[in-house]
Design a protein around this ligand. Sequence first.
Ligand code: TXE
Length: 485
Amino acid sequence: MEYKNYINGVWVSSKTGKKFESLNPATEEVIGKFQKSDREDVRKAVLSAKNAFPAWRDIPAPKRAEYLWKIRDLLIKEKERLARLEVKEMGKVISEARGDVQEAIDVFEYMAGEGRRLFGNTTKSELPNKFAMTVRNPIGVVGLIAPWNFPIAIPAWKIAPALICGNTIVFKPSSDTPLCAIELIKIIEKAGIPRGVVNLITGSGEDVGDEIIRNKDIYAVSFTGSKATGEYVLKNAGIKKVGLELGGKNVIIVMDDANLDLAVSGVLFGAFGTTGQRCTATSRVIVHDKIKKRFETELLKRIKKLKIGNGISSDVGPLINKSALEKSIKYISIGKKEGAKLLCGGKPRRINGKGFFFEPTVFTNCRSGMKICQEEIFGPVLSILGVKSFDEAVKVANGVEYGLSSAIYTENMNYAFQAIEKLETGLTYINSSTIGSEVHLPFGGVKGTGNGTREAGILGIEEFSEIKTVYFDYSGKLQKAQGLK
Ligand code: TXE
């Protein structure tokens, strides 16, 4: 089956005539053929978004919200079908795929509510008979570039706030999950979104992505993906508002007073949920030396019970593609060379001779400087580091370039509050894993994980709107601020 681009409300082929395929990572079967578009396709989409902008902007936000609510309703109806498609195209297990679609439902619902807020501020002028306020305006045409790991939720996280703020959209999905993106856009189309407001172009980062970030008629870009590409986006986007959500080297600290059972469950879910392919995945565990042995024994017991396989009937699905598999394999040999001890896993698996599966893997006796403790592997590979104190744990936790998610398991309130203050991450969980966000709270990281923007929650609105400052002088004379005469 061949799928097309969506420009100005019509499904169209790229003039390039070139196609690319999306594969089921569990079976390596071809799911469909997609347009390998070029810069010209992006320019057409930008023009269509530009033309659609004034009318979309002029629809009152609570009315725009009605479209978002319709999208929410349709997503609810289609939830199971979309979740099963995610299992097929991205490989995550069905319960997580349902969660991914639910996140999209939640964000459309939340952002529909924003249609009745979109607050500005009012304040007092320093002059009499003068009124001062801020109002929130759309940016214009925005470019959205998404990865594959949350193939419906991440596009929804970007599309919903962009729409409610009154922007029009050019969206490029990852070439690993174009069908999930197309199905989401079909739902948006079915909800009756006016022509040109949302446009989708499939194709490579080098052509389609690059044109989006450089195009002068796009005033903001929201990007989620790897740090290397994020840096490239920032360097080449020119004078644009750029939102970056990049990788992580997320950490769980397990103190000697922790509820061990709870901590093991959190680590298991954080490290091997979505096969370690979440930006918030737990890739390091810092354990107090006093309980390290017990923790490892309990963890290994639980790992042994995990079933690897197709997402419909297993706990750990495949990695997204061959190069992700090769990346995990590479880090196993790096870890061994660095002197870490392999406790379990470390090997790729085939099921019926197919698929990019990889065993849940644990290294222990790791040191913070090791590459496996510094670089984002994005696979089911966990490193355990032993420490002697809370202060040492914090130092090791912060000793990486990323700063997305952290967690601490402790029954000690003082440690918990110190962790909130001292851990250099955008998210901190107390007695819970590094993964699992709620859409009404901001999401994003510090240090190498981003450039200060946040997605979701009220701050998701900041990313897609501009503030205008308004002065309204009703004195009937020329009044001057700062005491000018
Ligand atoms: O990411 P890329 P990939 C990390 C993770 C993973 C690695 C590779 O470590 O192993 O990235 O994944 C588009 N201009 N994360 O290759 O390349 C690209 O087409 C503009 C972490 O998928 O960063 C895709 O749509 N766009 C992450 C998107 O950028 C470009 C989630 C992301 O691709 C481009 C995914 C260019 N020059 C991967 N080149 C997270 N934070 O969750 C590529 N793209």
